[in-house]
Each structure stands twice: as structure tokens, then as C-alpha cells.
Design a binder for this molecule. Structure first.
Ligand code: GRF
Length: 190
């Protein structure tokens, strides 16, 4: 059994897609926990509905970034995951956590990296008038959206398409690509 931990701060649709795909395809995996920094994250409701254990580390209740990350590091070590999956996790992991889990932390980004790193990537690509954007899954390193790219999917921006419509299409691609990549990282091509 492989062990994965998912970090999410918001909606949690990728988290749910991973859980559902793992269950449907009967991966030999334990989704040990969903960890969130945000008490209002919709991901918590999903965790309850899906029956996945979750841990809330309410960022605002810590007196510093360091004390929050200390607790996070402690939890991650306890969970001892084969893979840490960032799925809309809105905080930067500190270098010592990256180092401890190097090549075992992945992230999904809603653009074709290295273009549009950082926040609001879908909107920025849309407003820049791009004809093509996409989705990237990459290993996490010490930078923001700078780690080695594992997989990408291109998505054409259609003539006259609304931003909301593009967002929906991008999320649909994410929900397929992320589980596919995670499965391959954990189990290879078997
Ligand atoms: C996704 O678009 C992902 O690419 C980005 O944050 C969003 C998270 O969405 N990193 P959700 O919380 O999984 O619904």
C-alpha cells in the first residue's frame, strides 16, 4: 500500500477527483489525510462526504509562519507519505520540508508552465489573449511553480469563449491529468 497526503486550501475539486479515481480504479493506496490551512475550505466538506480523514491546521491560530510550518512538518513526518499532493494549497512550503520530501511533492498548475506562474494563471493567460493555455503537473522545488515539469496538457482558448467556460474546461482536464500522473508516479506503467 502506498500512502498519499493531500494538501488543499480551497474548493478541493482535484482532491475529490483523486480520491474517486483511486477508488474506482482500486489503486493499492491509502489516502492518509487531507491537510488544510483554511477552516472554510470546501475541501473539508468533501473530506467528510468522502470519508477521508482530514487535519485542519488553522493558519490564523498560529503565532507565526514558522510555528505553522513546524506543526505541518511534524504531521507530514507522522503520516510518512510516499507522495504529498498539493491540490490548490495556497501556501509556500518552506525549504526544509521540500528537502525532506524531495521528489515526493507534486503540484498542479492551471497554465502551461513556465508561463503564468503564480496566482490567477487562467485569467492572466485569458487576458493576455493566448490562443493556447493548459495544465501542468510538476515536482515542487523551493521556487513558486518552478519545479521540474512531469506532464502537461494543452487547451485551446476558443474564439469568443468566456473566462468561466475556459475555467470549467481547464478544471475538467486537471481532474483527469492529475490522477493519471499520480498513479504513474506511485505505480509506474504497470
Ligand atoms: C486548480 O486550478 C489548481 O491548478 C490550482 O488551484 C486550483 C485548485 O482547485 N493549483 P481545487 O481546489 O482542486 O478545486
Amino acid at each position: 500500500m502506498k500512502r498519499i497526503v493531500i494538501l488543499a486550501s480551497g474548493n478541493g475539486s482535484n482532491f475529490e477527483a483523486i480520491v474517486k479515481t483511486a477508488r474506482k480504479e482500486k489503486w493499492p493506496v491509502e489516502i492518509v489525510s487531507m491537510i488544510t490551512d483554511n477552516p472554510h475550505a470546501y475541501a473539508i466538506k468533501r473530506a467528510k462526504r468522502l470519508g477521508i480523514p482530514y487535519k485542519l491546521l488553522n493558519y490564523r491560530e498560529f503565532d507565526s509562519k514558522d510555528s505553522y510550518n513546524k506543526e505541518l512538518f511534524k504531521l507530514l513526518k507522522e503520516f510518512s507519505p510516499d507522495l504529498i499532493v498539493l491540490a490548490g494549497y495556497m501556501r509556500i512550503l518552506p525549504p526544509h520540508i521540500i528537502k525532506a520530501f524531495r521528489w515526493r511533492i507534486v503540484n498542479i498548475h492551471p497554465a502551461l508552465l513556465p508561463a503564468f506562474r503564480g496566482l490567477h494563471a487562467i485569467e492572466r493567460a485569458y487576458k493576455a489573449g493566448c490562443k493556447v493555455t493548459g495544465v501542468t503537473v510538476h515536482f515542487v522545488d523551493e521556487g513558486v511553480d518552478t519545479g521540474p515539469i512531469i506532464a502537461q496538457k494543452c487547451i485551446e482558448i476558443r474564439e469568443g469563449e468566456s473566462l468561466e467556460h475556459l475555467e470549467r474546461r481547464i478544471h475538467r482536464v486537471e481532474h483527469k491529468l492529475y490522477p493519471t500522473v499520480i498513479k504513474k508516479l506511485l505505480f509506474g506503467d504497470e
